[in-house]
Design a protein around this ligand. Structure first.
Ligand SMILES: NC(=O)c1ccc[n+]([C@@H]2O[C@H](COP(=O)([O-])OP(=O)(O)OC[C@H]3O[C@@H](n4cnc5c(N)ncnc54)[C@H](O)[C@@H]3O)[C@@H](O)[C@H]2O)c1
Length: 350
């Protein structure tokens, strides 16, 4: 990518970030963010990817506080022990565990799903939260550009492999939920289906924004498939805002955040505040049976216009199946949709 294009991609991402930061500052001036309150959900089981740090940790802790059984999925084993211990201590909930899952390796994702399924637990909430941002140009174990591979494709495979368990665990009136964490940067992302790995033109900002855009498209298509089959599972996508976490470690001004500059709290959400929309999507009673929504500050918002294009969603889904080594039957559109969703043959007509 030419330096000029890279600069343009960076400016667009920063513009999106600044718009959110200004909105957050104004909100603070008007009284701040109000913590949502939910009733206990002790019979539910959740997986939170990237649950050892930042927004994921805060999400896992909040779900554990509601009494859920929570599995932290992540690639940071040294931190995991500490994270699990902290959540247990702070929530007095002993049903919190860690399972290794490196989203940069499709094999690791498969191993994680096998290990989870060996536990014979139901699954009511899957929070696709883990992510990397603005890392230098690198490849995953399987050769995918890192933002695309970790943020998007790893979660695509994870969700697909867990769908059968989610379907079995949900029921009418009490759906299982897939919650996927995107970002306001998706508004400035572009999806190049012919170069999803950003091989021809790489910019860390552009690659991050593309991965977050892909997650929105994926959620909407997944929801359409689930709704068409009347499955008791919903899929929504959330935007946490701009949150003070280690995600910014690769950004040039990241060290300022780490130095805990005074006034940071005015501009950034705390990890707890950043987790509220994910928790809302995971448990809010008013979202029962509701899917295909872009949620921001515990409300529905519009995502980028292009994300509502079913053809773009379908094409990305088909490419993703190929890349993740999953079936994508093209012969019959309806049959293909069922197989894409990993939901097996169509049920007999009532
Ligand atoms: N912090 C923000 O301002 C912000 C804004 C918008 C969206 N988000 C999104 O929120 C999510 C959480 O980010 P955060 O701010 O808490 O960042 P963070 O860096 O604190 O946490 C990211 C988590 O992802 C995990 N992770 C990274 N690579 C992984 C891999 N290969 N396999 C498994 N896990 C991996 C990390 O171990 C960590 O637990 C991300 O998807 C991010 O894109 C964050």
């Amino acid at each position: 990518m030419s330096p000029l294009s890279a600069l343009w991609a960076a400016l667009r991402v920063y513009a999106a970030g600044v718009a959110v930061v200004v909105a957050q500052l104004l909100r603070r001036c008007r009284g701040g963010f109000v913590e949502p309150v939910f009733s206990p959900q002790p019979d539910r089981v959740a997986i939170v990817t990237g649950g050892t740090d930042g927004i994921g940790f805060a999400t896992a802790k909040r779900l554990a506080r509601l009494g859920m059984t929570v599995i932290l999925a992540g690639n940071n084993e040294p931190k995991a022990e500490e994270a699990v211990a902290r959540i247990k201590e702070e929530t007095l909930n002993d049903r919190v565990d860690f399972l290794y899952c490196d989203l940069a390796s499709l094999r690791s994702v498969r191993c994680f799903v096998d290990a989870f399924k060996r536990k014979n637990l139901p699954l009511h909430v899957l929070v696709n939260n883990a992510g990397v941002m603005m890392v230098p140009q690198r490849r995953t174990v399987d050769g995918f550009e890192e933002h695309f591979g970790v943020n998007y494709l790893g979660h695509f495979l994870l969700t697909r492999l867990l769908l059968d368990t989610l379907v079995r665990s949900g029921r009418a009136g009490r759906s299982a939920r897939v919650v996927t964490v995107s970002s306001a940067t998706h508004y400035v992302g572009t999806l190049d289906l012919d170069d999803l790995q950003s091989s021809a033109r790489y910019s860390p900002h552009g690659a991050y924004a593309q991965s977050k855009l892909a997650l929105v498209l994926f959620t909407y298509h997944l929801q359409a498939l689930l709704a068409a089959q009347r499955q008791p599972v919903t899929a929504n996508v959330v935007d946490p805002g701009v949150v003070n976490t280690e995600l910014y470690r690769h950004v040039f001004w990241g060290p300022c955040l780490r130095a805990k500059m005074p006034m940071t709290w005015c501009f950034f959400k705390s990890p707890d505040e950043g987790a509220w929309t994910s928790v809302y999507a995971a448990v809010a009673p008013e979202l029962e049976g509701v899917g295909g929504r872009y949620l921001y500050n515990e409300r529905e918002a519009r995502s980028l216009a292009a994300t509502y294009d079913p053809e773009l969603q379908r094409r990305l889904w088909a490419r993703s199946c190929l890349m993740a080594g999953l079936p994508d039957a093209a012969a019959d559109a309806r049959g293909a949709q069922r197989e894409d969703a990993g939901l097996g043959p169509a049920p007999a007509a009532p």
